[in-house]
Structure formats: structure tokens, C-alpha cells
Design a protein around this ligand. Structure first.
Ligand code: GUN
Length: 293
């Protein structure tokens, strides 16, 4: 069994990005610039956004954090986004989700300039990804693809079972794995909350990708011997032995599943650390006008 080390892979990607930024600056170019919008005071979201800003500094990017109270109106937020769309100094924009209930995330994502949508959530980027055209790929699926690629995991003709169908992870990774580019070329099954007899599907998986946010859902009896298991779940569960009172737990019962696997991601330290690196990668691609001119 080999652990898919997301931390090490993430560090490698960030050094590659930092080296490119150094080169861009040495040639007199400007640093890639990411703007991040955060609404409200959700603990998880504040941590994620702060980590994104810190990561920008680490690789030499400029960043702007716009933090609004959860009383900001939808109209005011849409106006801010339009201003950023028009600001030529800003290459990439993300709006941290979820948003408060009175703000439509669909409207927010659609008003964004898709050329700056480095989260890859705008319908234009989603559509282009499905059509196999150059697009910003969402960070988590992009990170999973990087792990498969960098660990030389064979995906061609394999049966990939995806559990979860969210717009952020399950749906895009199922599309990418089925594409005729590598990593991909897999036969894909998507399972969700209405799937009958989940275990009968997961047991057939050569590659099992789980992204539902249900700690320990996948038990050893649900996994085929030799499978590649990618666990995207990161739920905070109470843990009195930790000073902060919680720890992260994945959707896979790691302790019992890991011995059956050829490869498996740990939680934490698997897919999680890659998401920020892939956001940085998209921001670099935006600055270099690699996807859109
Ligand atoms: N909330 C959960 N994941 C993400 C993400 O990748 N990007 C943004 N903007 N919000 C999120």
C-alpha cells in the first residue's frame, strides 16, 4: 500500500509555481494577482481564505482579500464583483462558498468574468470542461488528477466509481475521469444518496473517489483488494484528546480500508493540501493568459 502524499505533492507544485513567478518578475512582468471575497464569519471559510492568501504570498503572488459582513446585500456584492471584473490588475477572483442564504451563489458565479474564474465554477468553464475545451478546472478535481498523474497511476480502461455528485467535486471528477485524455479514459459510475446498494458498486471500483462528507462511510467490506482510494471528505469531528477539540475525518474508514489498497489518500494530508496549489496554478494560468487571451 502506498500513501498518496498530498502535502509533498502540493509543496512540489508550489515550488514549480514560485520558480515561474520568479522568472516572470525577472523578465519585468507583473506578479499574478488573486482577489478573494469572503462573506460572513464561518470558521472553516475564514481559515480556508486566510490559507489561500498566505499561499499567494509564499509563491510571490499579489493578493487582495475583501471581507464583508453577512449583512452585505446581494446587489452590493454583485457590484463589487463587476468592479473586479473591470480591474485589469486582478487576474483571478474567487468567492468563498457557501454564501449567506439571502445571496444567490448562482447569480454571484454568473456575474463573474469567466476569464477570471479561477475556481472553475462559472457555467462557461463547466461547459468548456465538459466539451474538452481549455478551461479552469475546479481545484479539488484538478488536485486529484495531479495525484493520479504524479504517482503514475494507470486509469485507462479502469472502473472508476465516484461517490457524491456535487458541482465542486463529484460531478467534475466523473467527467474528467471519463475523458479521452489522461488521467482519464476510465469507465465511470456515479453514486449518490439515492443509489441502491452502494457497496455493490464500490466493490467493483478499481479507482474509488469519495466526496460526500460522511465520516467513515466507506468500510473495508466495500472496497476491492488492490483498489486506488481517493478520500475527499474532511469533516470536523469532536476529539477531546486535541487541544482545539476536533480533528478532521475522511469519508473512508482509513484504518481498516488502507491495508486492502494499492494507493490511498490520508485525511488530513491527502487531497486537501492540493486544492490551494491548484487554485494558485489556475491563477498563474490566468496571469499568463494560458486559457483565455
Ligand atoms: N467552498 C468549498 N470549496 C470551495 C472552493 O474550492 N472554492 C470556493 N470558492 N469555495 C469553496
Amino acid at each position: 500500500m502506498t500513501l498518496l502524499d498530498g502535502k509533498k505533492t502540493s509543496e512540489a507544485i508550489q515550488s514549480e509555481i514560485a520558480a515561474e513567478v520568479t522568472e516572470i518578475k525577472a523578465k519585468g512582468g507583473k506578479a499574478p494577482h488573486l482577489a478573494a471575497i469572503l462573506v460572513g464569519k464561518d470558521g472553516g471559510s475564514m481559515t480556508y481564505v486566510n490559507n489561500k492568501v498566505l499561499a499567494c504570498e509564499r509563491v510571490g503572488f499579489a493578493s487582495t482579500l475583501l471581507h464583508y459582513g453577512d449583512d452585505i446585500t446581494e446587489e452590493a456584492l454583485l457590484t463589487k464583483i463587476k468592479e473586479i471584473n473591470e480591474n485589469p490588475d486582478i487576474d483571478g477572483l474567487i468567492v468563498q462558498l457557501p454564501l449567506p442564504k439571502h445571496i444567490s451563489s448562482d447569480k454571484v458565479l454568473e456575474v463573474m468574468d469567466y476569464k477570471k474564474d479561477v475556481d472553475g465554477f462559472h457555467p462557461v468553464n463547466v461547459g468548456r470542461m465538459v466539451a474538452g475545451l481549455p478551461a479552469y478546472l475546479p481545484a479539488t478535481p484538478y488536485g486529484i488528477m495531479q495525484l493520479l498523474e504524479r504517482y503514475n497511476i494507470d486509469t485507462k480502461g479502469k472502473h472508476c466509481v465516484v461517490v457524491g455528485r456535487s458541482n465542486i467535486v463529484g460531478t467534475p471528477i466523473s467527467i474528467l475521469m471519463s475523458k479521452c485524455t489522461l488521467p482519464g479514459e476510465a469507465t465511470v459510475t456515479i453514486c449518490h444518496r439515492n443509489t441502491v446498494d452502494l457497496a455493490s458498486h464500490t466493490r467493483q471500483a478499481d479507482i474509488l473517489i469519495v466526496a460526500v462528507g460522511k465520516p467513515g462511510l466507506i468500510t473495508a467490506d466495500m472496497v476491492k483488494e488492490g483498489a486506488v482510494v481517493i478520500d475527499v471528505g474532511t469533516t470536523r469531528v469532536t476529539d477531546a484528546t486535541r487541544e482545539r477539540g476536533w480533528r478532521l475525518r475522511g469519508d473512508v474508514d482509513f484504518e481498516n480500508v488502507a491495508p486492502k489498497c494499492s494507493y490511498i489518500t490520508p485525511v488530513p494530508g491527502g487531497v486537501g493540501p492540493l486544492t490551494i496549489s491548484m487554485l494558485l496554478k489556475n491563477t498563474l494560468r490566468a496571469a499568463k493568459k494560458e486559457v483565455y487571451s
